[in-house]
Design a protein around this ligand. Structure first.
Ligand code: NAD
Ligand code: TDX
Length: 351
């Protein structure tokens, strides 16, 4: 198997690549890592892998059609795990344009590169639970309608649409996975868990949006990586979709309390701030279809969160390097106004 992993220097890509090469998976002859190294990509995450003869890192843009097509041909790629994306909802609310380019044009460029390619086995498109929108009750199955709320989610839903279209129109062997919120090592500290852990370690405020009762469904990134390999092994029909969830639903407020307990930090670090516009109240995936094929998550949330918190505590140099320079500007832009108007007590829903 000759695999191309896009977004390999990001959070999920890094964990997927490291786990794949460390386990010496049968059948991996080549792993080409493609990443543009945007603000979210960090080449240092892949340190140490260069000595593995199966591994090659390429800096490049997934939306660059010619580059992507040439790479796929040159490396005789037969499997693609497509993780590259613009991924932060709050940034997409400020400007959706980079999300359209990378998430939609990028996915299209990859699909074009494999269309009609003899011997090509699988294009695995890593999508998200956010395409289903907020789920008031029950759990989204793979056939639930797509109702994206944020520009980010809209771009992912559009990319899913191109995957369906290429499967139906050209028979491209492409499948979609939709996972819930991942957590674990190497996550960029703009996302809730690494942001709150690193802020708490520095004694800084933890800005909880709205009333802090939005519910997310947490999946350890190692379980996610295993699930991706499991899906690749299924040889599913073109256009199949698989939800990936460990069914670990939790309101943000309860998660924040757990983080503070693990770090032995005071509850008064929490500040309730103005809500995210269009903030989905709850995500909940039904993973029954994948489970019926034998996949099971292995990491309990208590153990996974404790290990994750310990990882950031022990890797101060990793996140301090990120939380400087342009990150500080981003943080001020996103949070200084919000924190100035914050309160110690929860707000009413939607306030
Ligand atoms: P991330 O932001 O940590 O990493 C994204 C990576 O993509 C970065 O390394 C970045 O440099 C790279 N990239 C961005 N634009 C690129 C471009 N034009 N060309 C090449 N590389 C580019 O994101 P993540 O959390 O690792 O997410 C990976 C995938 O999983 C995304 O498709 C995301 O939508 C999906 N997803 C993530 C989560 C989650 O909780 N993290 C949940 C559901 C789905
Ligand atoms: O400062 C914050 N305060 C806060 O209350 C941040 C950054 C987040 N939140 C809330 C918003 C969400 O309810 O925490 C929850 C999680 O927020 P994020 O970490 O931004 O993740 P989310 O918006 O749920 O999206 C994530 O999961 C699905 C990823 O960023 C997406 O890429 C993925 O598709």
């Amino acid at each position: 198997m000759r695999a191309l992993v896009t977004g390999a220097a990001g959070f999920i890509g890094t964990n997927f690549v490291r786990q794949t090469l460390a386990r010496k998976r049968e059948g991996i002859d080549r792993l080409v890592a493609l990443d543009l190294l945007t603000y979210a990509g960090n080449y240092a995450n892949l340190t140490g892998l260069e000595s593995d003869p199966r591994f090659r890192f390429v800096r490049g843009d997934v939306a660059d059609r010619d580059r992507v097509a040439a790479l796929v041909a040159e490396e005789a790629i037969d499997v693609i795990v497509h993780c590259a994306a613009e991924t932060h909802v709050d940034r997409s609310i400020v400007d959706g344009a980079p999300f359209l380019v990378t998430n939609v044009h990028g996915t299209l460029a990859l699909l074009e590169a494999v269309r009609g390619r003899p011997g090509f086995r699988c294009f695995l498109h890593v999508s998200t639970d956010e395409v289903y929108g907020s789920v008031a009750e029950g759990r989204s199955t793979e056939s639930a309608p797509l109702r994206p709320s944020s520009p980010y989610a809209a771009s992912k839903a559009a990319a899913d649409g191109f995957v369906f279209a290429y499967a139906a129109t050209y028979g491209v062997p492409a499948v979609i996975t939709r996972c819930s919120n991942n957590y674990g090592p190497y996550q960029f500290p703009e996302k809730l868990i690494p942001l709150f852990v690193t802020n708490a370690l520095d004694g800084e405020s933890l800005p909880l949006y709205g009333d802090g009762m939005n519910v997310r469904d947490w999946l350890h990134v190692e379980d996610h990586a295993e699930a991706l390999w499991h899906v690749l092994g299924l040889r599913a029909a073109p256009g199949e979709v698989f939800n990936i969830s460990a069914e670990n639903e939790m309101p943000n407020r309860a998660l924040t309390e757990q983080i503070l307990r693990l770090l032995d930090r005071p509850a008064n670090l929490v500040r309730y701030v103005a809500d995210r516009p269009g903030h989905d109240r709850r995500y909940a995936l039904d993973p029954g279809k994948l489970r019926a094929t034998g996949w099971r998550p292995q990491v309990s949330f208590a153990d996974g969160l404790a290990r994750t918190v310990a990882w950031y505590r022990e890797r101060r140099a990793w996140w301090e390097a990120i939380k400087s320079g342009t990150y500080r500007d981003y943080y001020d832009r996103m949070y200084s106004g919000r924190l100035a108007g914050s309160s110690a007590a929860p707000r009413e829903p939607g306030v």
